[in-house]
Design a protein around this ligand. Structure first.
Ligand code: PLP
Length: 453
């Protein structure tokens, strides 16, 4: 492919993306293809001769898109948002085109300098403590990781190395998190060969200080060495907030590393009204949130900060490999570019507007549910509403099954305090009040069926 063909191909692809996003409201959110569909459409062998680029785009339209779940449909209300924005897409395109790879953490390297700059902007936007800034006089700093899961693993590895250097080399280490934390925490425990204790939460799904303290004392009494706590701000299931004000001082007293996973909810801290939800964050040794979830930066872009990077340097700096990053891969993509684009095109006020609009839409949905006596609202937190059909769980399950089969909206089930609930999240930046109303009509129409039957 020569440069002229590349221009035509790439321009056509951008037009395709713009059309796709403009028309996404008209697509069924879930695909209707049968299992094995793709294999029927693709040859067994790779092409012998190169094909014209036009046929590739045609096949995306003909074969790929019909099999997709449309994560940016205004009717997608499952999981949490996955970010997508025009500046985010262009940033991703440019970083792919420049295809520069950073292997040097030297601040004169422009990729590194931009990353340090935008991570400082981001920390300020989120009102994080100033000790996290790359430009702070202290040893703090931040960088972009692939995912929140990587950040948790990295935090566990650092805390393990730190604790091992402070205690007997054969100490049996233990880390703590709540039973409501993301499954990536247990996975990170496996990868870091660290025992993870899942602690019970209060009635709101939050980990409390007394629970942590009891567990730490029990473990010390039985010869274990507590090394880290992974606290969550905005749990995956119900967007609950662990109590950092209680947990933080305990971690400090016992010399335990506190990592905060705010993968989804972190974005909300750009709005001053949500700052009470992260009270106690100054105790965190490391903090992570995903701009690629709720802050409009296309995946992947997960921000991580350290209060003191020297602990990370002990684990990850490998002079012999020329790598000076607190990360698992050797080299880095220039992901700061797309974060920079999003921050500049939206500005602080644009990002706040996005977050507030989505929270307002969730509140609007909550109001609709509350006005219908057949339902109960179980929890509302930021852009998430958890609700259920009153009575036996089978009613709620039946409703979820019907709605999912009809493919007009996409919601997820979750068990919270032994009850089945429906998680309804405002995910797409295209979602408007009319879409929320469409979702509510769809739910009502199917529950009526369910209760009559
Ligand atoms: N932590 C929390 C609280 C999450 O909600 C999620 C995903 O939804 C994750 C971690 C995993 O994020 P990632 O895919 O970036 O590893």
């Amino acid at each position: 492919m020569n440069s002229e063909e590349f221009r035509s191909f790439a321009k056509a692809a951008v037009d395709y993306i713009a059309d796709y996003l403009e028309n996404i409201r008209n697509k069924e959110v879930l695909s209707s293809v049968e299992p094995g569909y793709l294999h029927q459409h693709l040859p067994q062998e790779p092409p012998q001769e190169g094909e014209p680029w036009q046929s590739l785009l045609q096949d995306v339209d003909r074969i790929i898109v019909p099999g997709l779940t449309h994560w940016h449909s205004p009717h997608f209300h499952a999981y949490y948002p996955t970010a997508n924005s025009h500046p985010g897409i262009v940033g991703e395109l440019l970083l792919s085109g420049l295809a520069t790879i950073s292997t040097d953490w030297h601040p004169d390297n422009v990729c590194v300098a931009l990353e340090q700059k935008v991570l400082d902007w981001l920390a300020k936007l989120l009102h994080l403590p100033s000790h996290f800034l790359n430009t702070s006089p202290g040893p703090g700093g931040g960088l972009i990781q692939n995912a929140a899961s990587d950040s948790t693993l990295i935090a566990l590895l650092i805390s393990k190395t730190k604790k091992t250097s402070e205690t007997a080399p054969d100490a049996k280490l233990v880390a703590y998190t709540s039973e409501q934390s993301n499954s990536s925490v247990e996975k990170a425990g496996l990868l870091a060969s660290t025992t993870i204790r899942l602690l019970p939460t209060d009635e709101h799904g939050a980990l409390r200080g007394t629970t942590l303290l009891r567990a730490i004392r029990e473990d010390i009494a039985s010869g274990l060495t507590p090394c880290s706590v992974v606290a969550t701000l905005g749990t995956t299931g119900t967007c609950a907030f662990d109590d950092l004000e209680e947990i933080g001082p305990i971690c400090k007293d016992f010399g335990v590393w506190l990592h905060v996973d705010a993968a989804y909810a972190g974005a909300a801290f750009c709005c001053p009204e949500y700052l009470p939800l992260m009270k106690g964050v100054e105790f965190a040794d490391s903090f992570c949130f995903n701009p690629h979830k709720w802050m409009l930066v296309n995946s992947d872009c997960s921000a991580m900060w350290f209060k003191d990077v020297t602990h990370a340097e002990k684990v990850f700096d490998r002079e012999s490999s020329g790598t000076h990053f607190w990360q698992i891969p050797d080299v880095r993509r220039f992901r700061a570019l797309k974060l920079w684009f999003v921050l500049r095109v939206y500005g602080v006020e644009g990002i706040r507007k996005h977050i507030r609009k989505q929270v307002d839409l969730a509140k609007y949905f909550e109001g609709l549910v509350r006005r219908d006596c057949r339902f109960e609202v179980c929890r509302v937190s930021l852009g998430l509403v958890c609700f259920r059909v009153k009575g036996d769980d089978r009613r709620t399950q039946d409703l979820i099954d019907r709605v999912t089969q009809r493919k007009k909206i996409f919601v997820m089930p979750y068990y919270f305090r032994e009850k089945l609930v429906i998680r309804f999240v405002i995910c797409s930046r295209f979602t408007e009040e009319t879409d929320v109303l469409v979702a509510w009509e769809e739910i009502k129409s199917q529950v009526e069926h369910n209760l009559d039957g």
